[in-house]
Design a protein around this ligand. Structure first.
Ligand SMILES: [Zn+2]
Length: 483
């Protein structure tokens, strides 16, 4: 609910609208005095003392907290694709979109849209989005922050009577599923908008045996291949996609900067490795006859670590001669996340997660791992197999769009008096985001926001209120200069 009184029609000297209008005047005067050559259109982002703190910080933080309480579980945050809590979250987000002067609707995949139709309604649309679903026992900032900050930035435009000055339609989208908890398929919402979601996805079942089609129909959504096609946007109707997200890593905190610009999102492969040995009595089968899958798995896991720690040991690595370079090895991370031993000690399964900015590096690691896996398993007399569970190619952010976001972030941080030691940092994203799916539709750009300890997917997730404020200012600046 909107707890603040921005919808009051009268403008008293104590009302936020009055203060906002005063701020514009203050800001214009200060621009005239300090930056004589400044040409900002009314300078909604140059807000003087307050810098729209009430909306971009206080109200935004309140709303993120309010959304964070909407959960399907007692005592922790869990909000998965079209769950009862998700439906309540959708309604709340729609009320905030209307409060910001946006026309709102829910599409056939449960994505929430809030659109401002510019005077030039045929111009390509700027999409700004993130996701409203969460993991189990989640933090409240992942996804929600990107949605709420975008709505708040547009609300400032509305309160200043400047929505009409936007040169192109602007649409905020809260995607219904990014985390993939319910159907183990990530990016359902954004993949549908980007037109890359296969109709066969409707037949996937959740853990309770409900098909996605049934879940959609329960919520009065058509759930046919034709209705999925209606969710898809035409590439020529879209100008670009911008996403704000918590960093989910420690880099920004370590360098003391609230905001960073994402250069690209790593590609990812998930493998399931099965190692089958033979059950032998621990005391009776001699060492040279043992077919122990535990030890073979341990050797394979250490092998994976060494391949990713020292890729130069087997990749043609040459800064000068066109092989893999330091740049192409950026973001290479390999992890074994789960390991299980069943039945008894004869069968081991473990998961492998490989991420890299360069798809050929990721493929080379998979190739080398598979090759050496065969040798190790032969030597240890166990049967090994790998199954590809998921592959997503890396997505590069658009360089021009990223530059615009960087300028906007720089301007916001200056207004926040942040002591920028250098430029706004450029980062790689090791985590997947809706921007990956949206890159199939249009150019994408992302702003990362510092989070405490780099922690995400946990109730410990935390973003400073002032960093949320800086994010709102950056979006405001971006909207002002780029639309
Ligand atoms: Zn997220």
């Amino acid at each position: 609910m909107n707890s603040m009184a921005f919808s009051l029609p009268k403008i008293s000297p104590f009302s936020p609208i009055f203060r906002l209008k005063t701020l514009i005047i203050v800001s214009i005067i200060s621009c005239a005095l300090v930056f004589v050559s400044g040409t900002d259109r009314g300078s909604v982002g140059n807000g003087g003392d307050e810098l729209y703190r009430e909306i971009l910080r206080d109200e935004t933080v309140e709303r993120i907290k309010e959304l964070g309480k909407i959960s399907d579980a007692d005592g922790f945050l869990e909000r998965t694709f079209l769950s009862p809590a998700s439906i309540r979250a959708i309604e709340l987000i729609q009320s905030w979109m209307m409060d910001a002067g946006l026309k709102t609707w829910v599409d056939q995949m449960g994505n929430v849209h809030g659109r401002f139709e510019a005077a030039n309604s045929t111009a390509e649309t700027l999409l700004i989005g993130s996701h409203l679903d969460t993991v189990i026992d989640a933090g409240m900032y992942d996804g929600s922050m990107g949605v709420v900050c975008a709505i708040s930035a547009l609300k400032v435009f509305k309160l200043n009577g400047m929505l009409g000055e936007l040169q192109r339609p602007v649409e905020v989208i809260a995607f219904s599923d990014e985390e993939g908890v319910r159907f183990q398929t990530t990016f359902l919402g954004s993949a549908a908008v980007a037109g890359i979601l296969s109709g066969s996805a409707l037949q996937i079942s959740d853990k309770s045996g409900f098909k996605m089609q049934e879940v959609l129909r329960e919520n009065s959504l058509d759930a046919t291949e034709e209705s999925l096609l209606q969710v898809k946007y035409e590439p020529k109707s879209v100008w670009g996609y911008v996403e704000v997200h918590i960093e989910q890593g420690p880099v920004l905190e370590s360098i003391g900067c609230p905001l960073g610009i994402v250069q690209g999102i790593a590609g990812q492969t998930r493998l399931k490795v099965t190692v089958k040995g033979s059950q032998g009595h621990a005391g009776t089968v001699p060492m040279f006859m043992r077919q122990d899958p535990m030890v073979a798995s341990a050797e394979l896991i250490v092998l994976l670590e060494s391949l990713c720690k020292h890729p130069e040991s087997f990749l043609a690595y040459d800064d000068q001669c066109g092989g893999f370079t330091r740049e192409s090895l950026a973001g290479l991370v390999c992890t074994v996340g789960e390991i299980s031993c069943w039945p008894s000690a004869s069968n081991v399964n473990f998961t492998v997660d490989i991420r890299a900015m360069d798809d050929t590096v990721r493929e080379a690691i998979i190739f080398e791992f598979s090759k050496r896996l065969d040798k190790i398993c032969d030597n240890r007399m166990v049967n090994c197999s790998t199954e590809n569970k998921h592959t997503a190619k890396a997505a590069n952010c658009d360089s021009e769009l990223s530059l615009q976001l960087k300028h906007a972030a720089h301007s916001a941080l200056k207004k926040m008096m942040v002591d920028l030691q250098g430029d706004v940092p450029l980062l790689m994203s090791g985590a997947g985001h809706d921007a990956i799916a949206m890159s199939h539709l249009t150019k994408v750009g992302m702003i990362f926001v510092r989070c405490r300890g780099g922690v995400s997917h946990s109730p410990e997730e935390y973003v400073l209120d002032d960093d949320i404020w800086a994010t709102g200012l950056a979006l405001l600046q971006f909207l002002e200069t780029s639309t």
